[in-house]
Design a protein around this ligand. Structure first.
Ligand SMILES: C[S@@+](CC[C@H](N)C(=O)[O-])C[C@H]1O[C@@H](n2cnc3c(N)ncnc32)[C@H](O)[C@@H]1O
Length: 298
């Protein structure tokens, strides 16, 4: 059949669920991935034919999209910080805000004179851990998650390059004791679950129905429970000049920053994301070391 007909059929099948532009871009992505076409192929080659098998594969993918499955799960990968990460049901799809967290960490890491030791708690797909391991030559990166499914994605990302230190991924509960010696990390990062149950109403059905609740939600009556655990881990595991960087719920910026200050961190910063929402808290153990960390203040 003609590619242009298949694409038209695809857009129509998604029209009940997605705005026209989003439906168009999803159809282009699916055709690009399964048929090797470009978004403009049907225009510049109006006679482009698709085989029976090709059309069947595209239709099967579109049926998953029409059932509300996120496009990244259907494709089997998500773009993050310029790389492709394997994702699928059972692991959170990396978000663009988290790329900003990696950028902040990378800038800070350059100030260390030794290869930086990084701990990524609640690692999920391993997007933070792999990004820093690839971007910071010599960095020794460890990722921890409680979910076996998430860990199987993190461990099997096809991103290793010759000579790099492959990140180590371990199963663990951030609310319990972790088996690392005191002061063994220079940077501690985390994007833990932080969405309140009461915020479900504002979320899209394809997130609610398909992404793992374990990765997303915290109880309304204790929304900062993971940050308390992270503060406790960071106090023990960060080196004296170490720095913690966490992604947070935009509705709880000042409360989350206060939690780290009250936990005894000498300096804390609350930073905004590209949508100008409170999104990151950075904390440092040692006030004297802070002079060498010119983090932009809000
Ligand atoms: C918001 S996702 C973040 C995933 C990844 N770091 C990212 O930015 O895309 C939170 C992750 O925390 C993990 N998690 C939930 N409870 C945990 C716990 N008690 N200890 C360790 N990991 C936990 C989930 O399995 C999930 O992978």
């Amino acid at each position: 059949m003609l590619l242009s007909d298949l694409m038209r059929e695809g857009r129509a099948s998604l029209s009940a669920l997605y705005p026209a532009e989003e439906a168009r871009s999803m159809v282009e992505m699916i055709c690009g991935d399964l048929l090797g076409t470009r978004p403009y192929t049907a225009v510049v080659e109006p006679g482009f034919q698709v085989t029976e098998e090709g059309a069947a594969a595209v239709r099967a993918a579109l049926a998953r999209l029409a059932a509300g499955e996120p496009v990244q799960y259907v494709l089997g990968y998500a773009e993050f910080a310029g790389r492709r990460f394997r994702v699928g049901p059972g692991v959170l799809i990396p978000r663009p805000e988290t790329e900003q967290l990696c950028r902040l960490a990378r800038e800070r890491a350059e100030s260390f004179s030794h290869p930086v030791r990084v701990l990524d708690l609640c690692t999920g797909s391993g997007c933070i851990a792999w990004t820093l391991a690839l971007d910071l030559p010599g960095a020794r990166v460890t990722g921890v998650d409680i979910s076996d499914e998430a860990l199987s994605y993190a461990r099997s990302q096809p991103l290793a390059v010759p000579g790099m230190e492959i990140p180590l991924f371990l199963k663990g509960d951030v609310r319990a004791d972790l088996p690392f010696p005191e002061a063994s990390f220079d940077l501690l990062l985390s994007n833990p679950p932080y969405v309140c149950q009461s915020e479900r109403m504002q979320m899209r059905p394809n997130v609610l129905e398909h992404e793992p609740p374990l990765a997303l939600f915290v109880p309304d009556d204790d929304p900062l429970l993971f940050y308390r655990a992270l503060a406790r881990q960071a106090k023990r595991l960060l080196s004296p000049e170490g720095l913690g960087l966490v992604e947070i719920n935009a509705a709880l910026g000042p409360d989350t920053e206060r939690l780290f200050r009250d936990a005894g961190f000498a300096r804390t910063w609350l930073l905004r994301d590209f949508s100008d929402r409170d999104r990151f808290v950075i904390f440092q153990k040692n006030a004297a070391a802070a002079a060498s960390w010119p983090v932009p203040e809000k």
